[in-house]
Design a protein around this ligand. Structure first.
Ligand SMILES: Nc1ncnc2c1ncn2[C@@H]1O[C@H](COP(=O)(O)OP(=O)(O)OP(=O)(O)O)[C@@H](O)[C@H]1O
Length: 296
């Protein structure tokens, strides 16, 4: 479909015995700002790296704009800001932007790039004299030089303080407002919540949740109740008090709820359960969903 910018199908990559990315299926529509959220080691960087054609998958496919990543990158449709992209430390911001512009068929004007990245007053400064947040913005400037339709950002705000972060996201928003697609990784729920319009939660290389920020926030803020599917009555679970979502993962039922006490009391009265567990918080919700998700 024309409207799908990024399509990942069964994407898998192992490092020794570690499945860094494990059967990832994802379709990202044009104009979306998508957060790939997950704890350290979830597979975010590996997924991004395969998406850009920098790491080869063991299985599965990636298409960007219906082409291979390499073709899409060569056509100037993709900009990326990676965690360890090296730059010449003694070059100035303007020099680096001009270097980047030379790589693309239809680059933006230098002053526009500098303004968009919030670096207009830092153009003559050497990269090694920038603050951490400014250096990140210089890398963003580099990434947007070619006016790419898809921008991929790996933990872009890691080195930024609150003010720098706000300025950075304002720049991203101006960029995305023109109908462009942005994919960024983060391990911070508030960042995903505030700046994305779709959040995909990755844990142990798998998607454990996918939805609008409000839905992911609810998952994080509430409680997770899990119990064995065998022997339980599954009909009507979604109607129990407090319950927001019902999933069956492997042989476990996973409920998210705003009121675990009421949910468990109603479960006991009408449904029965074995091996019930109640857990709280985003990390626990991730772990529960991940552990249950690996059983099938
Ligand atoms: N080149 C590599 N060699 C061996 N193992 C690797 C390699 N790259 C990643 N891994 C492993 O794959 C898993 C996923 O790593 P990845 O860097 O993709 O996670 P991440 O979600 O980006 O983590 P972080 O938030 O810490 O950057 C981890 O267990 C990691 O140790």
């Amino acid at each position: 479909m024309d409207d799908i910018v990024v399509r990942l199908t069964g994407l898998t990559r192992r490092f020794g015995s570690v499945r860094a990315v494990n059967g990832l299926d994802l379709a990202i529509a044009r104009g979306t700002t998508l957060a790939l959220l997950g704890p350290n080691g979830a597979g975010k960087t590996t997924a991004i790296s395969m998406m850009l054609g920098l790491t080869q998958p063991d299985a599965g496919t990636v298409t960007l704009f219906g082409r291979t990543p390499t073709e899409a990158v060569r056509a100037g449709r993709v900009g990326a800001m990676l965690q360890d992209s090296g730059v010449v430390p003694t070059a100035t911001v303007r020099e680096v932007v001009e270097l980047a512009r030379a790589l693309y068929p239809r680059p933006l004007a230098t002053d526009r790039i500098l303004a968009m990245a919030g670096l207009a007053d830092r153009a003559g400064r050497r990269l090694d004299k920038l603050s951490g947040g400014e250096a990140q913005r210089a890398r963003f400037a580099f990434a947007l030089s070619g006016a790419p339709d898809l921008m991929v950002l790996d933990e872009p705000t890691a080195a930024m303080d609150v003010a720098a972060r706000q300025a950075f996201w304002a720049a991203i928003h101006r960029y995305a407002a023109e109908g462009r697609t942005v994919v960024f990784t983060t391990h911070q729920l508030p960042e995903a919540d505030e700046f994305a319009d779709r959040v995909v939660v990755l844990a142990a290389g798998r998607v454990v949740a996918d939805g609008p920020p409000a839905q992911i926030r609810a998952l994080a803020g509430g409680r997770t109740v899990t119990f064995d599917a065998a022997g339980a009555r599954l009909e009507g679970l979604e109607l129990l008090p407090g319950v927001r979502s019902v999933q069956v993962r492997g042989d476990r039922v996973v409920l998210t709820t705003d009121d675990a006490d009421a949910t468990v009391l109603a479960l006991a009265a009408g449904h029965g359960f074995r091996n019930l567990e109640v857990s709280a918080g985003l990390e626990t919700a991730f772990l529960t969903l991940t552990a249950a998700g690996t059983e099938h």
